[in-house]
Design a protein around this ligand. Sequence first.
Ligand code: NAD
Ligand code: MG
Length: 385
Amino acid sequence: MRSVTVLGATGSVGSSTLDLIARAPGSFEVLALTAHRDVGKLAAAARRLGARHAVVADEACLPALRDALSGTGITAAGGEAAVVEAASMGADWTMAAIVGCAGLPAVMAALTGGRAVALANKEALVSAGSLMTAAATRSGATLLPVDSEHNAIFQCLAGQSLDRVRRIVLTASGGPFRAMPRDAMASVTPAEAVKHPNWSMGAKISVDSATMMNKGLELIEAFHLFPVGAERLEVIVHPQSVVHSMVEYVDGSTLAQMGPPDMRVPIAHALAWPDRMTGPCPPLDLAAIGRLDFEAPDETRFPALRLARQALMAGGGTPAILNAANEVAVAAFLAGSIGFLDIAAIVDDTLQSYDPPAPQTLDEVFAIDREARVVADRLLEDVRH
Ligand code: NAD
Ligand code: MG
C-alpha cells in the first residue's frame, strides 16, 4: 500500500487522480486531500476514498468542512499553512495539482519530504524552478512530470543520458483558435476560450491553451525538468493531440509517446511509476484518427509563446513575472473585464516595467510574484472595459 496525498483534489487533474485511485482498491491509502473552497466536493471525495485528513485553503470554509465530515473520523483543517502541513505529512506519493503560484509552498513542502512528487502545478515550477529542483536534489525527492508533454518526454528519455539528446520537441494542440485570424481573436469570449478541442481541463489552463501561453509555460517547465539547454527545446503544433511530445537523439532517432488525450494516461504513469497500472481509457484507435498533422507555431498570432521564450532566455526572476502577470490577466479575462488579446499585451507590458534581481529564496520569489501582480493590476486598469 502506497500512501498518497492529493493537493488540489477537487480540480480537473485532482479528480482524475482520485478516479484512478478509486479504481485500484487496496493499492493506495489516502493520507490527505486539499482544496481551495469546494467543501462539498472535497468532503465527498474524502469520504469516498477513506482519507485521513481534509484541508480547505480558505479558512472561512473550515466550519462547513467540519460539519460535512462530522462522525467520519476524518480530521479537517483550514488555511494556507494547513495546506502546507498536509503536504508535509510524509505521503509516499503526492500529487501537486493546485493551479497557479499559490501551490508553490505546498509543492516545496512535499519536495522537502524526499518522496515522489507528481507535478501538474506548472506555475510553481515556472516561478521557482531552480529552487524546486535544488530542493528535490537535496532531499532525494523524485519529481514525476504529469503534464502530458513532460510525462511523454520523461517516458521517451527512459533513463537515457541527456547529453545524447539533440532536441526535445513539445507538441501543442494550437487550442480552440489555432486557425483564427488575429483580428477575430479580439472579440472571443471566455466561454469560447475555455472550449478546448481535445482536452477537458480547468478554466485557467484552458485559457492558457487558447493564448498558447500554456506551451510557453511548458517550455520553461521542460527547461527545469530536462536540463538540455533552452536552445534544444522546440514547439510544434499537432492539432490531434495524439503525439504528446518527442525526444530526438544524436543518432537521428526520434522517440514519441502517443496516447488518447486524457490526463488519466500520464497521471496513471506517475501514480504507478516505476511500474505500470491498468488505465481506464479506451485504446488509441489510429485507424479512426486517420492522420496526424504537424505545423510550425505562429508567434505573430500567438505572442505569448514568444514572450515565454524571452522570459526563459532572460532567466532570473523573469519567468516568475511572466507567470504572475499571466495569472492576473487570465483571471481578468475570465471575469469579462478585458479582451482576449489584452492577456499577452498585459504580460508583455509587465515584463517591460519590472526587472528584479534573480531570486535566491522562496521569499524572494513571492516578493517578485506579488510585485508583478501589482504592476499587472495597474496595467489592467488602463484596458478594463
Ligand atoms: P482546476 O482549476 O480544475 O483545479 C485547481 C485545484 O486547485 C482545485 O482543487 C482548487 O480547489 C485548488 N486551488 C485553486 N486555488 C487554490 C489556492 N489558492 N490554494 C489552494 N488550492 C487552490 O485546475 P486543473 O485544470 O486541475 O489544473 C491544475 C494544475 O495542473 C495547473 O497548474 C494546470 O496548469 C496543470 N495541468 C492541468 C491539466 C489538465 O488537464 N487540467 C493538464 C496539465 C497540467
Ligand atoms: Mg500540457
